[in-house]
Unconditional design. Structure first.
Length: 484
């Protein structure tokens, strides 16, 4: 663990990797946690080890004049906007931390937006490459609601560990650690000798290793973009599935999807680099990708009462449904099948996918449950599935057979179930009733579904009748193949 060498204890390897992933890409990171979890210290030590010009701004009290400096009157006379720099202005800083972010008043939050996203102020560029932030939980006194646009500027959300949630070994390291502002007066009585547990030389040495890891990670990042060239397709399908499963609650916009894409690549690049340089074991790609995506989604960040657990549970189900993408070397074929299974409105296609394709048990179980628990008419699907089950026992899960039987509406097996025709449609009543003259119950169920769609048209033509007749025969053939 590189963070331990900087005096930061209790972090998991996967959180350290995400932190390094943001160092690699420069995408903004938000640390969220209780006071005393070394949120500020971890960022300061990273900047110090890498030798970057660093400053931490306290968003609860920093004035923007502190960040900008004061206008240069002489330049204003010449029609140019410039600010007089000082030791606390942002212009020459490479690495900044915006601390106590959710204690900033809304009008001040909006002023940080441009800096966090584009490292500019009113369109004027700064030297900033890394812009990280930290805040306490929203339950803290004095905490403000974060603007949703501000939350959207952050690529990752990490929760540094509290001492009492660490292992005893790490807790002992924390309590014996002396660094930063700790014990600053001791050197007054020891002829300048301090008792810091991490020396400047230690920090510099760790910074050298960190630089090697990041340089190696950058090479892996570029290669992974080519190797995982179907990742954008996976994320596009994943995001639509999540939107559907959460009933629109979790909608991932383009910026968020871009963050997730880079986060997955950068995190994997860091894992591979640490394997080569630090001899770390390479984590399982599926597990790490899952954690990256979870850490990229800010659900419930403002309001702890939001059903984050419920939403994230649905998110995890969606990921598990499509997880074969990461197991099979970025293979999209199974992803495409599962995606289609849960997004198509064509029950015939659902039946074909469930009965003919070798899908995961999770995908099949969820699909069966979704079908029997919704309010839609699935007579055709249920009838066909049960017909297959009689010929090939085990096709339908045992616990679903009774529920499927109840979903069959036998009232749809006669021409009386045809919706009432109106106006000019009446002249085709005999042709439409003839379409019901099928030899089997399956044929009549198929006919009902096709005729129902036909009668929804405002105007019916003879050509529509013929097309419906052809479609009925085609679907009967398809289902006969499934049943055979």
């Amino acid at each position: 663990m590189l963070l331990e060498k900087l005096g930061i204890y209790g972090w998991t390897e996967k959180d350290e990797n995400l932190l390094l992933a943001c160092l690699l890409t420069g995408d903004p990171l938000l640390l969220i946690g209780s006071h005393g979890t070394a949120k500020t210290q971890v960022i300061y030590k990273l900047a110090e080890s890498l030798g970057k010009k660093f400053i931490a701004y306290d968003a609860s009290k920093a004035l923007f004049e502190d960040v900008l400096g004061y206008p240069n009157i002489q330049m204003l006379k010449q029609g140019r906007v410039e600010y007089i720099p000082s030791t606390v202005t942002i212009w020459d800083k490479e690495f900044i931390l915006i601390d106590e972010l959710n204690r900033a008043l809304p009008e001040m939050q909006s002023k940080w937006l441009e800096i966090i996203r584009s490292r500019k102020i009113m369109g004027i560029s700064t030297a900033v490459k890394w812009c990280f932030s930290a805040m306490n939980f929203s339950s803290y006194a004095g905490a403000q609601q974060l603007d949703e646009a501000l939350i959207g500027r952050f690529a990752l959300f990490l929760y540094p560990p509290e001492a009492m949630k660490m292992s005893e070994e790490d807790r002992i390291k924390v309590l014996t650690h002396i660094n930063g502002d700790d014990g600053i007066a001791i050197s007054e009585w020891t002829s300048g000798k301090n008792c810091k547990t991490i020396t400047r030389d230690d920090t510099t040495l760790t910074g050298e290793t960190l630089s090697k890891v990041l340089k190696k990670s950058a090479k892996h990042f570029m290669k992974l973009r080519e190797h995982m060239n179907t990742l954008p397709v996976f994320l596009a399908k994943f995001s639509e599935l999540v939107l559907k499963e959460t009933n629109g609650t979790l909608s991932l916009d383009g910026r968020r999807l871009g963050f997730i894409y880079r986060n997955i690549l950068a995190n994997r690049a860091v894992e591979l680099a640490k394997t080569e340089i630090c001899s770390d074991a390479t984590p399982n790609l599926t597990d790490s990708a899952r954690y990256v995506i979870e850490s990229s989604i800010p659900v419930g960040l403002n309001d702890a009462s939001i059903k984050r657990d419920e939403i994230m549970h649905k998110f995890e189900i969606c990921f598990d449904l499509l997880a074969d993408y990461f197991k099979d070397d970025s293979e999209l074929s199974k992803v495409n099948l599962v995606y289609e299974l849960f997004t198509t409105n064509d029950f015939m296609r659902k039946a074909e996918l469930l009965i003919k394709h070798n899908l995961s048990e999770l995908a099949k179980t969820k699909a069966w449950n979704d079908l029997v628990n919704n309010d839609e008419d699935i007579t055709l699907f249920a009838y066909s599935a049960l017909q297959v089950e009689t010929r090939r026992p085990g096709t339908v899960p045992k616990e679903m057979i009774e529920s499927l039987s109840k979903k069959i509406d036998f009232s749809k097996l006669c021409s009386e179930s045809i919706p009432r025709l109106k106006n000019d449609q009446i002249e085709f009543i005999e042709e439409i009733e003839d379409l019901f003259n099928q030899e089997t119950d399956l044929g009549r169920i198929v006919a009902y579904g096709c005729i129902n769609q036909l009668t929804e048209k405002d105007k019916i033509t003879q050509e529509d009748i013929e097309e419906t007749k052809t479609r009925i025969q085609s679907e009967i053939e398809t289902f006969n193949k499934l049943i055979a």
